[in-house]
Design a protein around this ligand. Sequence first.
Ligand code: PMP
Length: 360
Amino acid sequence: MERTTNFNAGPAALPLEVLQKAQKEFIDFNESGMSVMELSHRSKEYEAVHQKAKSLLIELMGIPAEDYDILFLQGGASLQFSMLPMNFLTPEKTAHFVMTGAWSEKALAETKLFGNTSVTATSEADNYSFIPEVDLSDVKDGAYLHITSNNTIFGTQWQEFPNSPIPLVADMSSDILSRKIDVSKFDVIYGGAQKNLGPSGVTVVIMKKTWLQSENANVPKILKYSTHVKADSLYNTPPTFAIYMLSLVLEWLKENGGVDAVEQRNEQKAQVLYSCIDESNGFYKGHARKDSRSRMNVTFTLRDDELTKTFVQEAKAAKMIGLGGHRSVGGCRASIYNAVSLEDCEKLAAFMKKFQQENE
Ligand code: PMP
């Protein structure tokens, strides 16, 4: 069977080895005579999966485990947009936002329902084509500063994170574990698993223990971070299969050299596609400003909608899918998360060059 080359933005490509391992274990997990999906979330077999996922995440991301809690929640990154202000915004403080795209807008809109917000910096006027400079003196005394580390739709990515004087909160849905980061700069890192970490259904939240102490009291129990911390993400039934898949993806990442190696591969992969754009004499136009380019989502436009449609159709015929851009940018987007290989990107670049020759 020939696998389709998957450039979907999320849910996205998973490593073939991971899918094969899950297939092998599917109906009999660890000689339990059951699928992992059929195990009780209170069983010792499942407990081992849960702890493995956590410890691999700590190891691979270099999380200072004594200072941070790791949670596996549901509701996607979207629920975090609400849980964060519900738990950590107080009437006397302001939540500050750096606006870098549609997902920052959604996070801001939810936060407004709970309290005071302020936009510290934005690139909205330029259709979010770059990561704006942040004047940190503006955020003194705020409740927290929220950023989106990688902008899935616009194809921009923070290259360096600010040294925020107030708690720094990052939506890392689309670049978590794709590069080395200094976790200690952040009070909260969150992201849905369905791009770099596994299938949809589980959201990873990494939260500084000291910050948890300032949690608001009057929040429904299931929406409180402390509830999930106390119960080690087993307050209610967790998405056991998604967490199992997450543990397999983390194991795969470790076997393939960890974050250092994947960061290098991701840089090479992005380079292959950006070179193709830059050397196309304007046939392909990159959306992101060069200094803000994402190594996860490569966005570009073509001459017109008709040519874009033909590009996407012909790519699909060549077994490459997921290349249509989001309507707010138009054009095309290649999402090249950890499980997309260098060869996949080279195949796309070769297709792009051929398509240009045929349609210039
Ligand atoms: N933030 C970012 C940066 C995203 O890319 C997405 C999903 N594409 C979300 C948040 C929303 O995530 P979810 O669907 O898990 O709620």
